[in-house]
Design a protein around this ligand. Structure first.
Ligand code: IMP
Ligand code: MG
Length: 185
C-alpha cells in the first residue's frame, strides 16, 4: 500500500514508516459513522460532554465532534502515560483536569488508542466518582491486548494491529502527529 508514498511524505521528515495502516479517506469514513452512532445514542435534549484525552486524541476529537449532529460540550484531560518509549510503563500522571461539571451530563471519554488499558483503568473510576449521568468510552483504535479493562469501549473506530502506530494525532516522541493517515513504525 503506497510504500514509497509513505516514506516520501514531507511530514515524516525522511524518517522510515513501515506501512500505511489506515488511509485518510478510511479514517474519515469511519469517523462519520461513529458520529452518526453517537448522535443516535443520546436523547437530543439531554446534555452531552465529550472529554478528549490529550494529546493523542486532538485530531480525532476535532473530526468526531463535527460529525455529531446535536449540541454538545467539549473538554480535555491530560494523562501522561509514558515518554519517548514505545511500550507502556504503567506510570500515569494527570496534568490537566476538566473544569466543567460532569454531574447530570452524559460523558464520553475520547481516546486515540487503547493499548495496555492502564490509562483507562486509572481514568474511569476517577470520572465515575464525579457523578455523570452516564459514562462511555469512544476510542479510535483498540489493540485488543488489554485483558483487564474496567470498561470496554462502547465505540471503537478500528481494531488495530499490535504494532506501534503514528499519525492522525498519535505520536512517537512527539513526532508524526500531523500525518493525515495512520502508519506503523
Ligand atoms: P495504555 O495506557 O497502554 O492503554 O496507552 C494509552 C496511551 O498510550 C494512548 O492514549 C497513546 O497516547 C499511547 N499509545 C499506546 N499505543 C500507542 C501506539 O501504538 N502509538 C502511539 N501511541 C500509543
Ligand atoms: Mg499519547
Amino acid at each position: 500500500m503506497l510504500e514509497s508514498g509513505v516514506t516520501e511524505d514531507p511530514r515524516a521528515g525522511g524518517r522510515q514508516l513501515r506501512r500505511i495502516v489506515y488511509t485518510a479517506p478510511q479514517i474519515a469514513a469511519r469517523v462519520r459513522e461513529l458520529g452518526h452512532e453517537l448522535t443516535a445514542a443520546y436523547p437530543h435534549d439531554e446534555p452531552l460532554l465529550l472529554i478528549g484525552l490529550l494529546k493523542g486524541s486532538f485530531v480525532f476529537m476535532a473530526d468526531l465532534v463535527r460529525a455529531i449532529e446535536r449540541p454538545l460540550v467539549v473538554d480535555f484531560m491530560v494523562a501522561a502515560s509514558y515518554g519517548a518509549g514505545t511500550s507502556s510503563s504503567g506510570d500515569v500522571r494527570f496534568l490537566y483536569d476538566p473544569e466543567v461539571s460532569l454531574q447530570n451530563r452524559h460523558v464520553v471519554l475520547v481516546e486515540d488508542i487503547v493499548d495496555s488499558g492502564l490509562t483507562l483503568n486509572r481514568l474511569f473510576p476517577l470520572l465515575e466518582a464525579r457523578g455523570p449521568r452516564s459514562l462511555e468510552l469512544c476510542t479510535l483504535l483498540h489493540k485488543r491486548i488489554a485483558s483487564d479493562l474496567v470498561r470496554e469501549p462502547r465505540w471503537v473506530g478500528f481494531d488495530a494491529p499490535p504494532e506501534f502506530l503514528v499519525g492522525y494525532g498519535l505520536d512517537h516522541a512527539e513526532s508524526f502527529r500531523n500525518l493525515p493517515f495512520i502508519a506503523s513504525l
